[in-house]
Every structure is written in structure tokens, then in C-alpha cells.
Write a protein that binds this ligand. Structure first.
Ligand code: F6R
Ligand code: MG
Ligand code: MG
Length: 384
């Protein structure tokens, strides 16, 4: 089998209404562009999560390919033009750079790409989250590939006994480290528990696993809009791709972390902690308090480059309990209004509009007058 690349590239090019959803005409414009220019694609599918569109592209050109990224950029530009005509909110929001140059990474959109030799059958899940940031995938990725309480395959399938390697990016210092589980488990957790700074970029099967692939098995978009725009223009709303089955975690093991909604940064104004709610594709609009943060899961069989799907994997009553739990968590957190920890600490709001509010108060601050303490006055005479 030839090598195939699956590129999941996302952008918010305009919200309908506010930051809640995408508009069908914007999606149509994006799809038409792909249709017209698809000559070097094997297949494509366009989906959405909240106000973000995801282009799922298969091709033979490898990861980070200029023509593929240019195609994605052109398609998003066509969507942004329609969003502009319709007066949608934040039209062109994530197309931060003026023009395309080489690679969408660093220009605004986010990309998760996997290049692999197709197995006889290659089931893949494309996840997309809205109203949160790339580190929101740290916990589920850890559970899928490192936690035997989530993934019994780690214990009972010889395909996974050697464990997995995690490529972690420090998005503040622009450096990367690879840690292998099980032996580096605690070191890995020491990093990826800091979700804003250390982000799982890719996961690889380790040598010694008796399975059908040595290629990367998961990838997450790690682009930070604030690095491109220099100011807050929305959360990064990440996309992730995970391959499954036959010596890799089963589809059910890949989805299982989402039965326990975890808390992430994002939600209203990118400034609040909230639970990640797993939802069907048709339930991805984020209207309650601009959220709560959502995750969709589009399943595909990648067959000779063709995307057989999507299977809407969270459209299962078995996730109703998680959704209910997420709603309860949301109610509980909302009671706290503008107080931490529902609202993020001031240091994490550096790139939002809060510093402007603080700046406006600068001249109103006055020093606190303290009563002089004995230690502040003249030193006591020495004891004879
Ligand atoms: C969250 C998000 C929204 C907006 C909010 C205010 O990532 O995008 O919650 O921050 O709707 O938007 P503006 O300031 O554009 O009115
Ligand atoms: Mg938006
Ligand atoms: Mg969004």
C-alpha cells in the first residue's frame, strides 16, 4: 500500500450567529473551492464544530505540503468572502496573515496531519473542539495511549505492550521533547498537566509492539493564534487525528476519555474554565454562555485514500450521561460568575481585553497607608 497523508486543517472564518455556529453558505463556498481544485487530492470532507470549519483532506504529498496548505487557505478565503457578504461575525477571523506564504501554520489556521502506510483497514477519528485550546487534548490523548484503566488493550493486546511515545511541544519556548510510556509516565504527566504550555503534538507506537504500523498514530494542531496576531482573536479551537484498531487502541478506547468531561480553559471570551462536552455533529453549536466547550468525533475508514464516512461517533446515547454531567459541571461553575477559578486567573488573561480594564484604573490606585510597626522605627538601644 502506498503512503497516504490525512490533513485536518481548521479555521474560523466567520460565526453565525456571533461565535455560535458556521453558516451553510460559507461551508458551500469552501466545498466548491475544494471541488474545483481537488486534482491533487485523493478525497476530502468538510465538517464543523461550533464556529470552526475543518477540512479533512487525503493526498499523497506528505505533511506540511505547500500546495495542500495553499488549497486549504484558498478554500478558507472563499468561505471568508461569503462570510463577509453575509456580515457574519468575525468574518475571516482566523486568516490572520494578509496572504498565504508556504504553510498555513503560523498564518492563523490550525493543522493536524498524519502520514502513514495504509493498513488493510485503517479506521481514523478526526476530533474537533470549539471554545478551547490545543492542550485540551492532552488528557484524552494520555488516557487513550497511556492509561490502562481507559485502554485495556495496553494490558491485554501484544500490539500495545511496548507502549507509545509522546512528542510534546513547549509552545512558549518553541522546543520539543519525546517521552515514552510506561517508563516516562510521571515525567510526561509533569509536563502535560500544564495544558497551556506543554501540548502533545504526535503519538508514535514504540518498537517492540506486535502491530501493523510503525507510523505516527495521532496528531494534534498546536498553533496559537495569539502568536500570529499578537493579540487575542479567539481561542485556538484544536483539531486532532487518531488512528485506531488492530494493535492500536480500539475506536471505543479512543472515545472513552470523553465519558468523563474534563475541565479546560476557554468558553466565554476564552477566559473561563468549563467542561468538554462530547456532542453529535448536529449539536456542535456553542450557544450557552458561548459554550460550553464541545468536541465532535468524525470517524472514517481510510481506504486507498478514500474517506469512507463520516460516522458521527458521539451520536450515541451512551454519551448522554457525559453530556448530562457536563451540563451539571457547567451549572456549578457558572454559579461562581466572574470569580476564579471559573474565571481564569489574571495572568492567563494577558491576551484578552482584561488588561485594558486594568490599565484604565492605573491612575486611581493609591498607596496603602500602613501604621508604623516597631521594626520600622528607630533601632532600640543596645541592652547593657
Ligand atoms: C470565545 C469566543 C467568544 C467571544 C465573545 C465576545 O472563544 O470567541 O466567547 O470572546 O463572544 O466576543 P466579542 O468581543 O467579539 O464581542
Ligand atoms: Mg469565532
Ligand atoms: Mg471557534
Amino acid at each position: 500500500m502506498a503512503t497516504i497523508t490525512l490533513s485536518a486543517i481548521k479555521a474560523d472564518v466567520g460565526g453565525y450567529v456571533g461565535h455560535a455556529d458556521t453558516h451553510p453558505r460559507v461551508r458551500d463556498a469552501v466545498v466548491s473551492t475544494l471541488e474545483e481544485q481537488e486534482t491533487f487530492l485523493e478525497d476530502y470532507h468538510v465538517t464543523s464544530a461550533g464556529d470552526d470549519l475543518q477540512l479533512i483532506l487525503t493526498h499523497r504529498r506528505g505533511s506540511d505540503d505547500e500546495r495542500i496548505h495553499e488549497l486549504a487557505w484558498t478554500a478558507f478565503e472563499a468561505g471568508a468572502a461569503v462570510a463577509g457578504e453575509l456580515g457574519l461575525y468575525g468574518a475571516g477571523q482566523d486568516l490572520v496573515s494578509e496572504a498565504f506564504s508556504g504553510n498555513v501554520r503560523g498564518l492563523g489556521p490550525g493543522a493536524a496531519e498524519l502520514t502513514f502506510t495504509e493498513r488493510p483497514s485503517d479506521p481514523v477519528v478526526v476530533f474537533a473542539m470549539d471554545k478551547t485550546e490545543p492542550g485540551a487534548f492532552n488528557l484524552p490523548m494520555y488516557r487513550i495511549f497511556a492509561d490502562p484503566f481507559n485502554t485495556p488493550g495496553l494490558v491485554i493486546d501484544p500490539g500495545m505492550q511496548a507502549g507509545f511515545s509522546f512528542e510534546v511541544w513547549d509552545v512558549e519556548a518553541d522546543r520539543t521533547i519525546t517521552l515514552s510510556v510506561p517508563e516516562d509516565t510521571y515525567k510526561l504527566l509533569a509536563l502535560i498537566g500544564s495544558t497551556a504550555r506543554y501540548v502533545i503534538k504526535r503519538v508514535y507506537p514504540r518498537e517492540g509492539n506486535d502491530n501493523e504500523t510503525a507510523d505516527p498514530v495521532a496528531a494534534v494542531s498546536t498553533e496559537r493564534l495569539v502568536d500570529v496576531a499578537g493579540e487575542y482573536v479567539g481561542k485556538d479551537d484544536p483539531v486532532a487525528v487518531v488512528r485506531a484498531q488492530a494493535g492500536l487502541p480500539a475506536i471505543g478506547e479512543v472515545l472513552e476519555p470523553f465519558t468523563k468531561p474534563h475541565l479546560v480553559d476557554g468558553w466565554m471570551r476564552g477566559s473561563h474554565i468549563g467542561p468538554v462536552m462530547p456532542v453529535a455533529l448536529s449539536d456542535s453549536q456553542t450557544s450557552r454562555f458561548d459554550g460550553p466547550p464541545r468536541c465532535i468525533a468524525a470517524g472514517f475508514q481510510v481506504t486507498d485514500g478514500e474517506l469512507i464516512g463520516p460516522n458521527d461517533l458521539f451520536d450515541d446515547v451512551a454519551f448522554d450521561g457525559a453530556r448530562e454531567q457536563a451540563n451539571e459541571q457547567a451549572d456549578y461553575l457558572r454559579r461562581q460568575g466572574p470569580f476564579e477559578p471559573h474565571r481564569l486567573p489574571e495572568a492567563d488573561l494577558e491576551y484578552t481585553t482584561l488588561p485594558d480594564v486594568m490599565d484604565a484604573l492605573t491612575d486611581d490606585w493609591e498607596p496603602i497607608e500602613t501604621t508604623p510597626q516597631p521594626s520600622d522605627s528607630a533601632p532600640s538601644p543596645p541592652i547593657e
